[in-house]
Design a protein around this ligand. Structure first.
Ligand SMILES: [Zn+2]
Length: 337
């Protein structure tokens, strides 16, 4: 049987002793390794101690990916900026104020790359990969109606559209939308290119958590899921990054609980990546996520589908981080040589 790698996204949410987290980390990772998980992707915002985590993983033969986001890199990161009246309008129409980092800003990029480089140098040899999460702008649905108005975005608007603030009519103009998306893609790509250089210099792989909806895939566009993309509208042109060798592995967050949706999105990814899928596509499968829950049987069904497509593995997302034995049995049945 061909090797099938099963990895997990982890947040250390099972740790209760924050002063001495090692034992709980080791217990969790040993258990998951025993069931066949060989890669853990740790969210650095919540890791408590990456040093302890790496030791615990190394002791049981688990590979570690360091999952980083622009927001993780520095408190000085500038988020989407809007006047208070626009925030109120967003809250009224969408029920939320969504203010992730602005991907158009060079200062944000410099902070993120500097933090990643420091991490890569310090943990070289202890981590296997840098994993980029939120390598995009805020949710596409909210970007359409509420584009960022930070000083950098206003300067771009001024240059390309002749006005700092886009009117509602301009926000519907296809040419304006096309240029806005192109600017976002160009600026996020520069960040990925910088990460590629850092990864290469430190013998690390570069992987990303990708939007499942690349451009026109099946999607859920109502609250509280807030849509899965489209990635390209948020500046995350992962198909192009894959073509150009900027990333080594791609983990699209295909957490759909309806099998038909999962399959349709998967088919889009296979079409987009072609033969590259066989080496770099590790779809994210939801156990528990904002999109709902999949039963052990549902997870097994999805893993089978990935194996049938000749893919090299999968990543499991479970927001509680705790896998009961029924899920572990599924992992055991699908992982390995
Ligand atoms: Zn901005």
């Amino acid at each position: 049987m061909k090797k099938f790698r099963i990895g997990i996204w982890d947040h250390c949410r099972y740790v209760t002793n924050f002063l001495k987290p090692y034992d709980e980390m080791a217990r969790h990772l040993e258990r998951m390794r025993k069931w066949g998980v060989t890669l853990t992707d740790i969210y650095l915002v919540e890791v408590i101690s990456l040093d302890d985590y790496c030791r615990a993983a190394a002791n049981c033969g688990m590979e570690v990916e360091a999952r980083i986001t622009p927001a993780w890199s520095s408190p000085a990161i500038v988020n989407r900026t809007l006047p208070e009246t626009e925030w109120q309008r967003m809250e009224k129409s969408l029920g939320i104020r969504l203010a992730g980092p602005c991907g158009n800003r060079e200062d944000n990029r410099d902070l993120f790359l500097a933090a990643a480089e420091k991490l890569a140098q310090e943990f070289k040899g202890r981590i296997a990969s840098l994993h980029l999460d939120f390598i995009r702008n805020d949710n596409a649905l909210t970007l359409l109606d509420f584009p960022c108005q930070c000083d950098c975005c206003r300067a771009l608007n001024k240059r390309f559209f002749g006005t700092e603030i886009l009117s509602p009519e301009m926000r519907k103009d296809p040419a304006v939308l096309c240029k806005l998306a192109a600017l976002r893609c160009k600026n996020i790509r520069k960040t990925v290119e910088g990460m590629r250089t850092i990864a290469d210099a430190n013998s690390l792989r570069l992987t990303i958590a990708a939007r499942a909806n690349y451009v026109n895939s099946a999607d859920i566009t109502v609250p509280p899921v807030w849509g899965l993309g489209p990635a390209v509208l948020e500046g995350q042109d992962w198909a192009e990054w894959a073509d150009d060798g900027l990333i080594d592995e791609l983990f699209p967050m295909n957490y759909h609980t309806e099998l038909e949706l999962f399959e349709s999105v998967l088919k889009d990814h296979l079409r987009l990546l072609g033969k590259k899928a066989w080496t770099m596509l590790f779809p994210g499968v939801g156990v528990q996520s904002s999109m709902g829950e999949n039963s052990p049987e549902a997870v097994a069904e999805r893993l089978q589908m990935l194996k049938n497509a000749n893919l090299p593995g999968a990543m499991l997302f479970n927001k509680s981080n705790i896998y009961d034995e029924r899920f572990c049995q599924v992992i055991k049945a699908y992982c390995g040589e």
